[in-house]
Write a protein that binds this ligand. Structure first.
Ligand code: ADP
Ligand code: MG
Length: 260
């Protein structure tokens, strides 16, 4: 490649917004010259590089926006601690596909420490790696945000903004306080996403106790009805992982080594 082309190329690539090609064209074209690549091969190698880095950057952005708790992955989850979970089932969900496209839900029940947040975050992480968009929030935080939006008469647009997320993870639904205005924004969110966009909800309390969350029984029934219509439900009725690992640390360590 002559100097005249080389001098102009960075400007052209910047104008075309191809930063990866701009960074790599020199080494790649030197390699192409040395190894006698065809022009088509050089072009295609550079295009692939640009695409790969672009997708990595997008995933990085999505990960930042997701607010997922750090370090809670599928890989670090000890499935043997929750024998009622089938790992294959979760792996299937983690591959995304049709359940997100049709707005199906996932519900995780279990006592504090059962691993609900960890598992939900791990699932979210896997989905982001595949290009999906996920948002993780404590349910109380989101309810407060929507509550503010309602006061400012912008609730519909606040709910609509969440549509950009294929999956909304509402952690700890049971901690929402029973307050007419507060919980009806939650109901409106559930209704708005029904059969369109997925929700993953974790809760310490099974449905029987949800009357304590929603202000009146008919709203509770209507909310549960929409949530479970197309849903996968995981009952994680195990003792707190933290407590167990404190009590039987040595056994747990042995198990992890085996599973690892
Ligand atoms: P929950 O949300 O059900 O209250 P968490 O997911 O917060 O429980 O789990 C409590 C702690 O124990 C976290 O630090 C989590 O990473 C860890 N933990 C829970 N279950 C497991 C598991 N099966 N394997 C590895 N770590 C776990
Ligand atoms: Mg939790």
């Amino acid at each position: 490649m002559s100097c005249a082309y080389g001098a102009r190329l960075p400007t052209l690539l910047t104008a075309l917004r191809l930063p990866t090609i701009r960074n790599h064209w020199e080494t790649m074209s030197a390699q192409a010259d040395a190894e006698g690549w065809t022009g088509a091969r050089l072009l295609s190698v550079l295009a692939e590089l640009e695409l790969a880095e672009r997708s990595q950057r997008r995933i990085g952005r999505h990960l930042e926006q997701s607010r997922l708790p750090a370090g809670k992955s599928f890989e670090s989850f000890d499935f043997s601690a929750v024998p009622m979970l089938r790992r294959a089932h979760l792996e299937a969900l983690a591959s995304g596909d049709s359940w997100l496209a049709s707005g199906q839900n996932v519900l995780m029940f279990g006592p504090p420490g059962a691993g609900k947040t960890h598992l939900a975050a791990g699932l979210g992480r896997r989905l982001i790696d595949q290009g999906y968009r996920v948002f993780f929030t404590r349910t109380t935080d989101l309810v407060q945000r929507l509550q503010t939006a309602r006061r400012e008469l912008t609730l519909p647009s606040a709910i609509e903004k969440l549509d950009k997320f294929d999956l909304l993870i509402l952690d700890d639904l049971s901690y929402v306080e029973k307050d007419q205005a507060e919980t009806s924004v939650l109901f409106e969110l559930i209704s708005a996403r029904y059969e369109r966009k997925s929700l993953l909800i974790t809760a310490n309390q099974p449905f029987g106790a949800w009357d304590r969350i929603f202000p009146d029984p008919s709203m509770t029934v209507a909310a549960i009805d929409r949530l479970v219509h197309h849903a996968t439900i995981f009952e994680m009725n195990v003792e707190s992982y933290r407590r167990r690992s404190a009590v039987t640390r040595s056994q747990t360590a042995a198990k992890e080594v085996k599973a690892g």
